[in-house]
Design a protein around this ligand. Structure first.
Ligand SMILES: Cc1cn([C@H]2C[C@H](O)[C@@H](COP(=O)(O)OP(=O)(O)O[C@H]3O[C@@H](C)C(=O)[C@@H](O)[C@H]3O)O2)c(=O)[nH]c1=O
Length: 186
């Protein structure tokens, strides 16, 4: 399995091998031992899947507060996304920095986003399906969001603001400064 630590080293890009033959392919998309060796060693308790019909759908930037903070292992099983992680841990040397990776059914990569990070993605093609494992259960009251195109963060999204397709909730999300104190670096 290919393992790459990104510019924020706690965010890890992994690419499990795919074994192709005349029938198609086989792949171990999650192997606890190999993921643990790669540095992804928290237990997962929930699997999520979303489908976005249009190109330019943006979901995020989202997180859940403690005690329900979630680490997420994200992959794209159909289509392609630009997946973004923002360090929201107050006191972190990379606080307010972001990293991103393209995840697609072609490249078969997965992005590990630890607890304490905001997560969001933008679909690069129609009918993009995203699946991710989470280290904590959904807790509605602990959900928080930051505006996807926060001027304070300066994330380089692959679409223009007017092309973004957002949920009602995400349109009115606050600037990144609202996230101060949500998480602490340890
Ligand atoms: C996240 C979530 C939502 N829901 C429900 C609430 C709502 O009725 C419906 C759609 O929820 P949302 O609009 O929040 O879905 P979405 O905008 O896709 O939210 C997701 O975005 C990405 C970027 C993440 O990182 C996820 O953790 C999650 O926040 O699904 C659950 O039942 N369980 C869950 O774990």
């Amino acid at each position: 399995m290919k393992v790459e630590r990104l510019a924020i080293p706690e965010v890890i890009l992994v690419t499990p091998p795919r074994f192709s033959d005349s029938r198609g392919f086989f792949s171990e998309t999650y192997n606890a031992q190999r993921m643990g060796d790669a540095g992804i060693d928290l237990p997962f308790v929930q699997d999520n899947q979303s489908l976005s019909r249009q190109k330019g759908v943006v979901r995020g930037l989202h997180c859940q507060l403690a005690p329900h903070a979630q680490g997420k292992l994200v992959r794209c099983t159909k289509g392609a996304i630009w997946d973004v992680a923002v360090d929201a841990r107050t006191g972190s040397p990379t606080y307010g920095k972001w990293v991103a990776a393209e995840l697609s059914e072609e490249n078969w990569s997965q992005l590990w986003i630890p607890p304490g990070f905001l997560h969001g993605f933008c679909t690069l093609v129609e009918d993009s399906e995203v699946q991710y494992k989470c280290t904590a259960l959904y807790a509605k009251d602990c959900e928080r969001a930051v505006i996807w195109n926060s001027a304070e963060l300066g994330i380089e999204w692959p679409i223009k603001a007017e092309e973004a397709v957002l949920s009602d909730k995400d349109v009115v999300a606050p600037e990144f400064s609202a996230a101060k104190g949500w998480f602490h670096y340890s």
